[in-house]
Write a protein that binds this ligand. Structure first.
Ligand code: NAD
Ligand code: IPM
Ligand code: MN
Length: 357
């Protein structure tokens, strides 16, 4: 049976990197005899909002729920739609309604890419951020009072549930257990955020009882960001709340040279709903329209999607292809963020050609 994939390019460079993600996906599917059926959607974009006054059609949930996976580009065009409107009206709905409670984000220094950190080589930085993806600081509980007066008050509550926390911790422990170093780092802030964060630490400890082989440490988020820069080799699997995980998953890839290569998997591990695969980066209005965005974040996300769908060999072939093209380092092919003069399409085509073999 064909794998049914919803393709949602979104805004800005999302529309430029998506064709390269699809090119790589199609090349891998052809090479490994995987039948895929792609369906394009123009919603979950600010262009759609301009026409319809909302980011998604009313029946979006029913239209997407039976796909095997969702392949998303990037969303947001703050010049026309405020970011909280576009993001809460699209991506954050997908994550919450499809219960994609794990956001898995690899940070890996790739061959041929220069880290901004001195003397770091491929192999030195290779870890995962496991980000809680449906609750925490991203909450709709709160409100405004006395608006427009000097006594204006705004409140937005952090919501952590035992169910929601334990399930993402379980995923992180399982991942750590499956890796050679078996090391888990928890991002906390239990010195200052004195209710939710000490409780998070307790849940980390409690879950650890099931994973005696995994060694666990924890850092307050402030020094953890410093250690990402000073000692990125310390990390193997890093588990964090929604907001801390968001910040760490831009910082990690920045330490590996560019956020343009970073992928993510928004996973509903039970498979009740489709999981969603997208680059970590946004729509990059500053370079949109120039055709110079790095497509590897999108292409690597395609690999994560194939792996999730059970096509490990095809996923590995995509990763091997972009690693080989990066290692070759042809400046005319590399995009500017990785030191070249090439284009999104040029780099995408070079990778697809390599996938096809
Ligand atoms: P951004 O990730 O879009 O861009 C940050 C910087 O990184 C920019 O200088 C950009 O040029 C660069 N960059 C990003 N992707 C790149 C790539 N593939 N190749 C080369 N350079 C790349 O973050 P931002 O500027 O904070 O946000 C812009 C818009 O995107 C906002 O509307 C924001 O809300 C949205 N956003 C969406 C997502 C998403 O869809 N998942 C993620 C982050 C931000
Ligand atoms: C990400 C993005 C989103 C997030 C924004 C655009 C809402 O930054 O996917 O990392 O904060 O989760
Ligand atoms: Mn982010």
């Amino acid at each position: 049976m064909a794998q049914r994939i919803a393709v949602i390019p979104g805004d800005g460079i999302g529309k430029e990197v998506m064709p390269e993600g699809v090119r790589a996906l199609t090349a891998a599917a052809e090479r490994f005899g995987i039948e895929i059926e792609l369906t394009d959607f123009d919603f979950a974009s600010c262009d759609y909002y301009a026409e319809h006054g909302q980011m998604l059609p009313d029946d979006w949930f029913d239209r997407l729920k039976d796909f095997d996976a969702l392949f998303y580009g990037a969303v947001g065009w703050p010049e026309t739609v405020p970011d909280h409107v576009s993001l809460w009206g699209s991506l954050l709905q997908f994550r919450r309604r499809f219960d994609q409670y794990v956001n898995l984000r690899p940070c890996k220094l790739l061959p041929g890419v220069k880290s901004p950190l001195a003397d770091r080589r491929p192999g030195d930085i290779d870890f995962y951020v496991v980000r809680e993806n449906t609750e925490g600081e991203y909450s709709s509980v709160g409100g405004k009072m006395f608006e427009g007066t000097e006594r204006e008050v705004v409140i937005q509550e952090t919501v952590m549930t035992r169910h929601g926390t334990d399930r993402v911790l379980r995923f992180a422990y399982e991942l750590a257990q499956s890796r050679p170093r078996k090391k888990l780092t928890s991002a906390t802030k239990s010195n200052g955020i004195a209710i939710t964060m000490p409780w998070w630490d307790e849940r980390v400890k409690a879950m650890g009882a099931n994973y005696p082989e995994v060694s666990v440490d924890q850092f307050h988020i402030d020094i953890l960001t410093a250690n990402f820069v000073m000692h990125p080799d310390w990390f193997d699997v890093v588990v964090a709340s929604n907001l801390f995980g968001d910040i760490l998953s831009d910082l990690g890839p920045a330490c590996t040279g560019t956020i343009g290569v970073a992928p993510s998997a928004n996973i509903n591990p039970e498979g009740t709903f489709p999981s969603l695969f997208e680059p970590v980066h946004g729509s990059a209005p500053d370079i949109a329209g120039k055709g110079i965005a790095n497509p590897i974040g999108q292409i690597w996300s395609a690999a994560m999607m194939l792996e999730h769908l059970g096509h490990q060999e095809a996923a590995d072939a995509i990763v091997a292809a972009f690693e080989a093209v990066l290692a070759e380092g042809d400046k005319a092919v590399m995009t500017p963020d990785v030191g070249g003069t090439g284009t999104t399409e040029g780099l995408g085509r070079a990778i697809a050609a390599r996938i096809s073999g």
